[in-house]
Design a protein around this ligand. Structure first.
Ligand code: SF4
Length: 344
């Protein structure tokens, strides 16, 4: 059975054309699918009954099932483990901020990038998510909490640029007037540094925020923490980021997870200032959540402060990420692994 949310709008138009329907039907159908998140053919009252009956024969509207849900003590973060049709599961996180509601979604089941501090990659890549499976994470959270999602972050399990085409179809629907109509400026795509993907994305000139997981200011350390660096070292990554800012006019966000005794020294901070000098960027320091199965610990607050001061003194724009939901395994990949472990 086909999930129509995996199709582009043009593909939906082609399909309906082959069924003898006029072009405007595609927008009507797309609104039911992508805006209202409709899960029943019976509700699609403005579509002819016989069209619905024909579509029902070879497509499905099935959404995701909630396998597990955890609400943080403060109630501002909800972590979901969603079941997919083939029995796999992915994680998504809903967050309430002062500026709106955000959804952090996964783009792959597992991940093959091997970042050392990340739980999602421990079992490797299982498979790519389809565009519809990405979209359904947003719809499922929106419908469960009954609140409109205003921001989307592609920062759950998986490397979005390793699943480039599906991610682009997902973004097309997410931003479209027939979909949730979320502006690109409210979307953040996170990458560990897949340079060809960054360049390909730059050429699309989408005004989204690109977040690059840097985590180390030199190749020696980055090779250990973010193994993709061995294939695309900093001397390739930084020019690719420059190209991205040039083509899109958008500032890059560098994510830097502070790991105690590993990458949080004053020397690292100074190296970082030299590495990004002259680049249109913002640095987001993340006091990392402890990950079961990974032997890293969190940088103490005083050292976070010292690191931040050094960057600020060099004129860089820096924030320390607000900690959300560390009591509910909100770091990517942790909930899925815990459930897999529990189930045997
Ligand atoms: S941090 Fe992201 S890219 Fe790196 S292994 Fe984890 S999911 Fe993959």
């Amino acid at each position: 059975m086909i999930n129509l949310k995996d199709f582009t709008l043009d593909q939906i138009k082609d399909l309906l054309d082959r069924l003898g329907e006029p072009p405007y039907r595609a927008i009507q159908l797309a609104r039911w699918l992508f805006q209202r998140g409709c899960l029943s053919w019976d509700e699609m009252s403005d579509l002819p009954k016989d069209l619905r009956a024909r579509l029902k024969e070879f497509t499905h509207l099935q959404g995701l099932t909630i396998v597990q849900k955890r609400v943080s003590h403060r109630g501002d973060t909800i972590k979901y483990l969603f079941g997919l049709a083939d029995g796999q599961a992915v994680e998504s996180v809903f967050m309430r901020h002062l500026y709106g509601r955000s959804a952090c979604i996964s783009t792959q089941v597992g991940c093959r990038m091997g970042c050392r501090f990340c739980a999602s990659t421990i079992g490797g890549l299982i498979r790519n998510l389809s565009p519809g499976e990405m979209y359904d994470q947003v719809l499922a959270m929106q419908s469960d909490v009954g609140e409109r999602i205003s921001h989307v972050v592609l920062m759950g399990s998986g490397e979005p640029l390793d699943n480039f085409d599906h991610t682009m179809v997902f973004l097309e629907h997410l931003t479209a007037p027939y979909g949730l109509h979320i502006g690109y400026r409210h979307i953040t795509l996170s990458t560990c540094g897949v340079v060809p993907g960054i360049l390909k994305l730059a050429r699309r000139r989408l005004p989204l925020t690109l977040a690059v997981s840097l985590h180390a200011p030199n190749d020696e350390l980055r090779n250990r923490l973010v193994p993709i660096n061995r294939r695309h070292p900093l001397e390739e990554l930084i020019p690719a980021c420059q190209e991205y800012t040039k083509l899109t006019g958008r500032r890059i966000t560098f994510e830097y997870a502070l790991l105690s005794g590993v990458n949080d020294s004053s020397r690292c901070a100074l190296q970082l200032t030299r590495l990004v000098r002259g680049l249109l960027c913002h640095i987001n320091l993340i006091p990392a959540n402890p990950v079961t199965g990974r032997d890293f610990s969190r940088t103490p607050p005083a050292r976070v402060h010292r690191f931040k001061k050094i960057l600020e003194k060099a004129g860089l724009s820096v924030t320390v990420r607000r900690e959300l939901g560390s009591d509910i395994d909100a770091a990517c990949g942790q909930l899925r692994r815990r459930v897999i472990a529990l189930n045997g």
